[in-house]
Write a protein that binds this ligand. Structure first.
Ligand code: GLP
Length: 236
C-alpha cells in the first residue's frame, strides 16, 4: 500500500485527479470505478478542468459506480446517478451510455446485483477503482457486518451512515435507509485502487482499516489484501 499524506484538500484532489488522468491517458478505453460522497468532488472538478484544457479525452472511457440508494431514480437530486451526472459526467466528454450506476429502482435488486457483477466482469473488470471511506469503515455501501459480501447486493444502512449522509439533506428522515452496493469481489478484482480520505475525522478509521486486523467489521480493512492500493489523505 502506498500512503500519501498531504496538508490540503486541494492537494489531495490534484494527486487523485493526476492518478485518474494517467489511467485515462495510458488506456483510453479504460473502465473507471467511481464513487460519490464529498471527498471526490475536488477530484472530479480537477478532472473536468483537465478535460477543458484539452489534456484528457473520456470519449472511450466506461464508468461503473459503486452504489445507489434504493428507491431513488436518476431524476431525484439525492440519487447517486444525479450526483455523477451533475458533478462529473456533464463536465467531461464521457458518453452517457458508457456510464453505469446500479439501478436502485430495480424491482428485483438481487437480479440487478447479479447483472451488474456480470456486466463488470464482461468488461474485463475495473482498471482503477476510486473509493472514499465512511466513518465506520464502509467502502461503497459495504457496511460493517459478520462477513464480507462478494456480490453487488442490497444493504440496510448503518444508523451512523444515515447520520453522516444527512448533511446532504434537509433532515435525517429524508436519507434513504437502504442502498444497493457493489460487493467486495468487483472492488477487490479492480487492477488498482485509489482511496481518498479528507479531514482529521477520518484518521482513526484509516488507522483501523490499514493497520488493524482484517475484519468485516471494518469493511475497508479487506484492502490490505489488495496488491495495488494508493491512499491519499489530507488532515485538513
Ligand atoms: C457514502 C458513499 C461512500 C463514500 C462515503 C464517504 O456513504 N456511499 O462511497 O465513501 O459516503 O463520504 P464522504 O466522502 O462524504 O465522507
Amino acid at each position: 500500500m502506498k500512503f500519501i499524506k498531504v496538508d490540503t484538500y486541494d492537494k489531495l484532489s490534484s494527486i487523485a485527479a493526476g492518478i485518474i488522468a494517467a489511467q485515462v491517458i495510458l488506456k483510453s478505453d479504460c473502465v473507471l470505478g467511481l464513487a460519490t460522497g464529498s471527498s471526490p468532488l475536488g477530484t472530479y472538478s480537477k478532472l473536468a478542468e483537465k478535460y477543458r484544457n484539452g489534456e484528457l479525452d473520456f470519449s472511450r472511457v466506461i464508468s461503473v459506480n459503486l452504489d445507489e440508494y434504493v428507491g431513488l431514480d436518476g431524476s431525484c437530486d439525492q440519487s447517486y446517478r444525479y450526483f455523477m451526472d451533475n458533478n462529473l459526467f456533464c463536465n467531461i466528454n464521457i458518453a452517457r451510455e458508457n456510464t453505469y450506476v446500479p439501478n436502485g429502482c430495480a424491482e428485483d435488486l438481487k437480479a440487478e446485483g447479479l447483472a451488474y457483477d456480470q456486466f463488470i466482469s464482461k468488461l474485463g473488470g475495473i482498471d482503477l477503482q476510486l473509493l472514499g471511506i465512511g466513518l465506520d469503515g464502509h467502502i461503497g455501501f459495504n457496511e460493517p457486518d459478520e462477513a464480507f459480501v462478494p456480490e453487488t447486493h442490497e444493504v440496510v444502512l448503518d444508523p451512523s451512515t444515515i447520520e453522516a449522509n444527512a448533511r446532504f439533506l434537509a433532515s435525517k428522515d429524508q436519507v434513504p435507509t437502504k442502498a444497493i452496493t457493489m460487493g467486495m469481489r468487483s472492488i477487490m478484482q479492480a487492477k488498482r485502487i485509489l482511496l481518498i480520505a479528507n479531514g482529521a475525522k477520518k484518521k482513526e478509521i484509516l488507522e483501523k482499516a490499514f493497520y488493524g486486523p482484517i475484519t468485516p467489521f471494518v469493511p475497508a480493512s479487506i484492502l490490505q489484501l489488495h496488491p495495488d492500493v494508493t491512499v491519499v489523505y489530507s488532515e485538513n
